[in-house]
Design a protein around this ligand. Structure first.
Ligand SMILES: Cc1ncc(C[n+]2csc(CCOP(=O)(O)OP(=O)(O)O)c2C)c(N)n1
Ligand SMILES: CC(=O)[C@@H](O)[C@H](O)COP(=O)(O)O
Ligand SMILES: [Mg+2]
Length: 644
């Protein structure tokens, strides 16, 4: 179903159409754009509040700057729906985040207006600076390079690395700081306090007024904006602006704060800034969810609300006849609180995903022992390591994809120092509609090669609880190895999941069902698909055996010896990259032990797998229940696959 645009929006197929309009018509464009986003997301889903908050900014940027020649980069990109709609993708927008449809994030392959692919936060400044420096090297001094970054994304180290470098250049870079005082959950940390102070400080507002007054007189005075700005700045040389403005201290000219919903003012300010060379930062204040009451009120819930009734603001909930399994994240959150009540040394750490990881349960129950550290995965890991040196039992929960940011910290700060930090990697496997930037594809491969690291994956909720229980036990903590537990986005399989906690033997797998001719070895939740595949095969009289290995590292060697002495056809299944993953670990075992067998490995291939529902992507990669059954048939009835 196409969403019907308003009359004016319907005439805008590219930013060129927008730029032909009189400035007085821009508020109408913004209103229609906002309505279009509400209409679309209510029916098709996706990220919501962030895009509503930057509607005016989006229109103003495309109006003032000469996109796509001017390079516009949206940090994270979850707020770029308006940008997509104005840049030729309005009629396809109903496919946003669907299998084979538009990506939910800017993507270079999708449009020339998407200057840089995003999804993970805080890359925009570095990328825009790289482009700006390249433009300089190529003699193009006119091109503008704009990074739009949120206050949440600004908490990450990479944003500061970019600003630190930018301030030492004369590159043509504009950073627009979109400050809405929110990350997904409320933004945290000293920087948030600083931005609030700067927003409310009389001194800054006075300075800001002086700058804008002068810029406003630019035409009459016949001076260049550059001259005027330096005039203002030299006038206040030793003032508070230079001494204590964080951005000024980094050599970025600071402008603002201004109202990011006043489109008229935004356009004038951006038009002025366009003529000011060098690195500069415009601080705008916006409201996440702007223009849609419920989203303004509960900004966390409306970050990505799912489908909703746009008139009543009621978010649709699926109705089931029977109790449904909980999400893995909730099993994690509840079990953590349960464990922390008994073990007073337990602490929790999340980098900016309290709701997404359900760490918010512990933050609420034990506010002093659970920490949201901002979008700062590297810091989260080293901070955890620091606490572990003092005997704290740390559960550091990071989405698998975001843990990629903190790889050095895992090796250098945790494993080399033999610190038993517990990493709970949520969203392991396909993330679904968020797509390749968010798939948790690589964690098995990147964790299992690190010394002093245990890697486990639960097949169900009970297993997750038991793995958490095991990881925090004195015996395992004293073993001085880090402990990774990976589990997927979404629901488990047990409606009655509050099972008694039982300690596991680290590195022990289990047989799920016995069979003949083929052994299926699985790791984690995907083992449930093997169970379904076996049910399908049973109808044909085929009965493979199934083993849930539980631990990728250490592998259950005893069980593997039993398996390879009985089976010469083996299928491994994982919801992670095949290269270097669980299946590879089985091949290594075979090579080391001298076993010969036909082995087929199912998992995520060496390719970028796009977005779609998890099951669609698993099907594409051949490890949905049907695909697993097909592979068993292939091992049984067709030629060789892999021989070691
Ligand atoms: C490296 C990384 N960590 C975590 C996330 C998850 N995440 C996506 S948006 C977001 C909040 C961003 O806040 P902000 O930049 O202020 O943008 P807003 O949503 O407020 O517009 C977070 C934590 C991410 N995309 N990348
Ligand atoms: C844009 C971003 O990175 C997050 O909003 C992400 O989409 C959250 O994913 P979940 O919905 O799985 O928590
Ligand atoms: Mg924000």
């Amino acid at each position: 179903m196409l969403i019907t645009p308003g009359n004016l929006l319907a005439t805008i197929n590219t930013p060129d159409d927008l730029r032909k309009l009189d400035k007085s018509r821009l508020p109408q464009v913004a209103d229609e754009l906002r309505q279009f986003i509400i209409d679309d997301v209510s029916v098709y889903g996706g990220h919501f509040g962030a895009s509503l908050g930057v509607v005016e900014l989006t229109v103003a940027l495309h109006y003032v700057f000469n996109t796509p020649d001017d390079q516009l980069i949206w940090d994270v990109g979850h707020q770029a729906y308006g940008h997509k709609i104005l840049t030729g993708r309005r009629d396809k927008f109903y496919t946003n985040r669907f299998y084979k449809g538009l990506s939910g994030f800017p993507k270079r392959k999708e449009s020339e207006y998407d200057a840089f692919g995003v999804g993970h936060s805080s890359t925009s400044i570095s990328a825009a600076l790289g482009m700006a420096v390249a433009s300089q090297l190529q003699g193009n001094l006119k091109r503008n390079h704009i990074a739009v970054i949120g206050d949440g994304a600004l908490t990450a180290g990479e944003a500061f690395e970019g600003m630190n470098h930018a301030g030492a250049t004369d590159s043509n870079l504009l950073i627009v700081l979109n400050d809405n005082c929110m990350s997904i959950d409320p933004n945290v940390g000293a920087l948030r306090e600083y931005l609030t102070d700067i927003t409310t400080s009389h001194t800054y507002n006075k300075v800001k007024d002086e700058v804008w007054n002068l810029l406003g007189k630019m035409d009459k005075l016949g001076k260049t904006a550059q001259e005027l700005v330096s005039q203002v700045q030299s006038g206040i040389k030793s003032s508070l602006l230079e001494q204590s403005n964080l951005f000024e201290s980094l050599n970025l000219r600071y402008f603002g704060p201004i109202d990011g919903h006043d489109i008229d003012h935004l356009v004038s300010v951006l038009a002025d800034l366009k003529h000011i060379p060098g690195p500069k930062l415009l601080h705008i204040l916006t409201v996440k969810g702007k223009g849609y009451g419920p989203a303004e009120k509960d900004q966390t819930k409306w970050h990505a609300p799912g489908l909703f009734d746009k008139v009543t603001g009621v978010i649709h909930k699926k109705i089931y006849d029977a109790p449904q399994p909980p999400k893995y994240q909730d099993v994690f959150g509840n079990t953590l609180v349960e464990l922390a009540e008994q073990n007073l040394r337990i602490v929790g750490v999340t980098p900016a995903m309290p709701s997404g990881s359900s760490m918010n349960l512990m933050m609420k129950a034990m506010p002093k022992r659970a920490f949201d550290v901002g979008i700062a995965e590297q810091h989260a890991v080293t901070f955890s390591a620091g606490m572990a040196t003092q005997g704290e039992v740390v559960f550091c929960n990071i989405y698998s994809t975001f843990m990629q940011r903190a790889y050095d910290q895992v090796i250098h700060d945790v494993c080399i120092q033999e610190l038993p930090v517990i990493f709970c990697l949520d969203r392991a496997g396909f993330a679904g509609a968020d797509g390749p930037t968010h798939h948790g594809a690589y964690d098995i491969a990147y964790m299992r090669c690190i010394p002093n690291m245990i890697v486990a994956a639960p097949m169900n909720e009970q297993e997750l609880r038991n793995m958490m229980f095991t990881a925090q036990s004195d015996e395992v903590q004293q073993g001085k190895r880090a402990f990774t537990i990976r589990y997927p986005r979404g629901e488990g399989v047990m409606s009655n999941w509050r099972t008694p906690l039982e300690k596991q033997v680290v590195g022990k797998g289990r047989m799920i069902s016995d069979g003949e001719n083929v052994a299926i070895l699985t790791i984690g939740h995907i083992g449930n698909y093997a169970v379904q595949a076996i049910e399908l095969l049973a109808k044909e009289g085929i009965q493979p055996a199934h083993f849930d290995m539980r631990y990728v590292k250490p592998l259950d060697q005893e069980l593997l010896h039993q398996i390879f002495s009985r089976f010469d056809r083996v299928l491994t299944v994982e919801d992670g990259c095949v290269m270097g993953g669980f299946g590879s670990s089985i091949l290594e075992f075979m090579a080391n032990q001298g076993y010969m067998a036909r082995v087929k490995r199912l998992g995520i291939p060496d390719a970028v797998i796009e977005h779609g529902e998890q099951i669609e992507l698993q099907r594409e990669c051949g490890f949905d229940p049907q695909g697993i059954a097909d592979s068993v048939r292939e091992l049984l009835f067709t030629g060789r696959t892999i021989t070691v």
